[in-house]
Design a protein around this ligand. Sequence first.
Ligand code: SAM
Length: 496
Amino acid sequence: MIKGSVGLVTTQYYLHSSPLELESGETLPLFTLAYETYGTLNKEASNAILLCHALSGDAHAAGFHAGDEKPGWWDSVIGPGKAFDTDKYFVICSNVIGGCKGSTGPSSENPETGEPYGIAFPVITIRDMVNAQKLLVEQLGINLLYAVAGGSMGGMQVLQWTVSWPKHASKAIVIAATAYSTPQQIAFNEVGRIAITSDPAWENGDYYQQKSYDSNGPFQGLALARMVGHITYLSNESMHEKFGRALQDKDRIGYNFSTDFAVESYLHHQGDTFTHRFDANSYLYITKAIDYFDLTKDGSLRKGLAGVNAAFLVISVSSDWLYPPYQSQEIVSALAANDREVRYSEIQSNFGHDAFLLESGQINYLISQFLSKTIVGDVMIRDVPTIEEGATTAVTARRLINLEVNHLPVLSCSGQLVGIVTSWDIAKAVAKNFLWLDEIMSKNVITTVPDEPIESAAKKMEEHSISALPVIDEDQHLIGLITSDAISTLIGRSNS
Ligand code: SAM
């Protein structure tokens, strides 16, 4: 096996043989979802990460299909030791309904007619795609996803997951995406669709002779749609760097309408190869789903995201003009306004929108930092020395000295936390001649819980000028202690 690779993989298929209600009000009588998995699901089913793909992506995100030389589309971040570390996580990548990569879409057989659906296929939305994925995830025995992640249209699915299924994903990674399609984005998609539907070979969507989309169809229109789309995935800078004004296979401009420039030839190639791997009708359906995507409520994204629970990592790309950084910042502001946990990073890159697939160094770093985020429960001391309520200051002092600790949580006879005492309080007892613990202990104890992020616990200590936080459960019982020393050691370790 190649180091860092998940090696040989195969696509699997989930058949859901009962109807799926769609956002439009229509029903899909049954559907298949193509998916791949990498890594192992743990016995608690708590380490699953769902990856969502972009417009023309598929379920093959990592590793190699037998005989292939090219790995899956996000192989740079999936595998042992990579951001989506398959030694730790069970990674699932699901294709979308409406697509043409093994999942049910317009090129699939309509069970009512026995013929391909064509444009009889119901219009689907990002919400429908996510609802189909939820059924797949359930079927895999997973109730709560550790994370859901994706870029571009994959990022829209991630956002939709957190809105539609807020209790079923703990973390969300949204890259180079938006919470609603803008008129400019809709406009580019419409140019693509018109290119397809105005190709005479489109035949009103009914071009599936031999039940296949790669032998017939509106290839010219689809190629043109892809050419326009592809321009939006690049940036002015990256096009300058890649092509400049270089000529293609000639020394001087031709003064005719043949291909002059390298960039023209590149786009022709992109358009042409796309027609061999994608269905024109799927392009229509999926771009429509993108256009309809809008998570605002009454014009407010804050309201639209009010019900989400996940902790978010939002990443934008400095040179992305298709989903510019301001759209990611709107997501971040809406989440912050709802008091949701969110981290934001703008990747510095000239690659444009495609940087989410190409900047693997920055993406690997940001995602692994986010996923491996430490919580209080990971670093707390569990066997905490304590003192019982009602003790004398002398007994308390002796215990602090004998056990060589600075903090003693004070417990009631039923084991509940009622105070905390430190060596600083003992000094006060000596100075003021206090005999009883009750006179010196702090009664308004600042506490934490096991799943509080470590940064937030550290901030609490700093704000209150204290160096320890008792960790409690919902019944006020002490389950651990976290100290600023332990946190400093941890931060030192991660920086080294
Ligand atoms: N940095 C030292 C410390 O944390 O003990 C000394 C400064 S602080 C002003 C000392 C006071 O904070 C003591 O009275 C102690 O009982 C109190 N204290 C320590 N941890 C506490 C906590 N988690 N909640 C409330 N009070 C706390």
